[in-house]
Design a binder for this molecule. Structure first.
Ligand SMILES: [Zn+2]
Length: 430
């Protein structure tokens, strides 16, 4: 496949077809209501949500594609003009509503672009996605894998979302007299909120635009914009801060819960933060999880990181073991990470190259993946940015260090939080 044929999560002019994995803002950078460079392929749910984000978009450009079906495109080679047909299949990425990965097949072999994804080993939906991918590959190995490498390091060891959701529920249940705020993005974590609502028999407050999203997604009538109806509020992540929590606590006892896989990255650098409070919530640090699967002894659990703030390792991205499982399953010849963050870049080859296929004789796989297709390298800013709110001159160090394959800015985020800094805007990798 040559450049100039298709683009995935990349919106510059010059391709014949465009593919959108999901609607998170780091994948739609460059897309706008006035964008009109070509046909845009996405899942049915993404198409349904599209008008909320891009109200004046030319919807005739949208091409809804069914998950689990092969689709055919008659493209042409930009260099020779000769026909270059491709087949592609969207597969459930299990990330946020509408999220898919795309498997492409053609004379170039198999190219898989995961977008953001989660690959849990249990659950009916996960099994379905796994079988779908295996059936689609039909014994073939992936020639080029563009991988969500957000947490591609053994440091990132967190439980399934089902287990993490239970931790959130236990925190809420153990604070019966507190108001609760939970930081979420404009899309994602719906299942967490549903589980909280069902388990505690309580409605969940969301902001008006989020309620529109919930209605479009067809969720039951458990979400409300009336604060008087519930003590649990899901708030935009950017408004979740220590300042907010302190202000709220001046009026009523309130705790904040941040569901994210992110905090664990700073553990090796947290220095003297021993008094940073592990909590009275269910620990997953045991041999067997509730569903009978083995759990890593180092698996992270909920933590209290501030008087009013808990973090819970509820993530819509793969933990390291899931990434490893995915690479083992797809046996790629070439792998490229699609995500880099301002404080951290994880090279998938560092830990996983022994799982890659090798000795591939085909000329096509000797090509640099960059020229196969135009894909977005998702640049995410430091998702947990820190700002000193006491004016004590906290200095953000920007020197980078190599640590076990991860390039990390030496910003000990949790330590800074403990000194009274604020978590500001998070376009989250959750
Ligand atoms: Zn995403």
């Amino acid at each position: 496949m040559e450049g100039g044929m298709i683009s995935v999560d990349r919106w510059a002019r010059g391709s014949q077809a465009y593919f959108l994995t999901h609607l998170h803002s780091d994948h739609t950078r460059g897309l706008s209501s006035t964008w009109s460079h070509g046909p845009l392929f996405c899942s049915r749910t993404t198409a349904k949500l599209f008008p909320l984000k891009f109200p004046d978009f030319k919807f005739a450009l949208l091409r809804v594609v069914e998950i689990g079906s092969w689709h055919h495109l008659s493209l042409s080679s930009p260099s020779s003009g000769s026909p270059a047909p491709i087949h592609f299949m969207p597969i459930d990425a299990f990330h946020c509503p509408g999220a898919v990965m795309f498997l492409f097949k053609g004379i170039f072999g198999h190219v898989l672009y995961t977008g953001d994804f989660r690959w849990e080993a249990t659950g009916e939906r996960s099994m379905k996605a796994r079988n779908m991918l295996l059936d689609a590959l039909h014994g073939a190995k992936v020639d080029h894998l563009y991988l969500d490498n957000t947490y591609c390091n053994p440091l990132y060891c967190f439980p399934t979302r089902e287990v993490a959701a239970q931790q959130v529920i236990e925190i809420i249940a153990s604070h019966p007299d507190h108001d609760i705020i939970i930081g979420i993005d404009s899309l994602g974590k719906e299942d967490l909120l549903l589980q909280i609502s069902r388990s505690l028999k309580i409605k969940i407050w969301v902001w008006p635009e989020r309620l529109q999203t919930m209605h479009l997604l067809g969720y039951p009538d458990i979400f409300t914009t009336r604060t008087s109806l519930t003590r649990v509020r899901a708030v935009p992540r950017y408004s979740f801060s220590m300042n907010t929590l302190e202000a709220l606590n001046a009026k009523r006892p309130t705790i904040g819960i941040m569901p994210s896989g992110l905090p664990w990255v700073v553990k090796p650098f947290e220095g003297k933060m021993k008094d940073s409070l592990t909590l009275s919530v269910a620990s997953t640090n045991r041999t067997l999880a509730g569903n009978g699967t083995r759990v890593d002894r180092n698996m992270k659990s909920a933590e209290k990181v501030h008087d009013h703030i808990f973090t819970v390792p509820y993530s819509d991205h793969c933990c390291f073991h899931e990434i490893k499982d995915f690479v083992q399953l797809t046996k790629p010849y070439n792998v490229k990470g699609i995500v880099s963050m301002s404080f951290c870049y994880v090279n998938p080859a560092y830990y996983l190259s022994h799982l890659f296929s090798s000795n591939h004789s085909s000329q096509k796989t000797r090509l640099d993946p960059e020229i196969l297709m135009e894909v977005e390298k998702v640049e995410r800013k430091g998702k947990m940015k820190i700002r000193d709110i006491r004016g004590t001159g906290l200095k953000k160090r920007t020197n980078k260090a190599n640590f076990m394959g991860v390039r990390i800015r030496r910003v000990a985020i949790l330590r800074q939080i403990s000194r009274g800094v604020k978590i500001v805007e998070c376009d989250s990798p959750d």
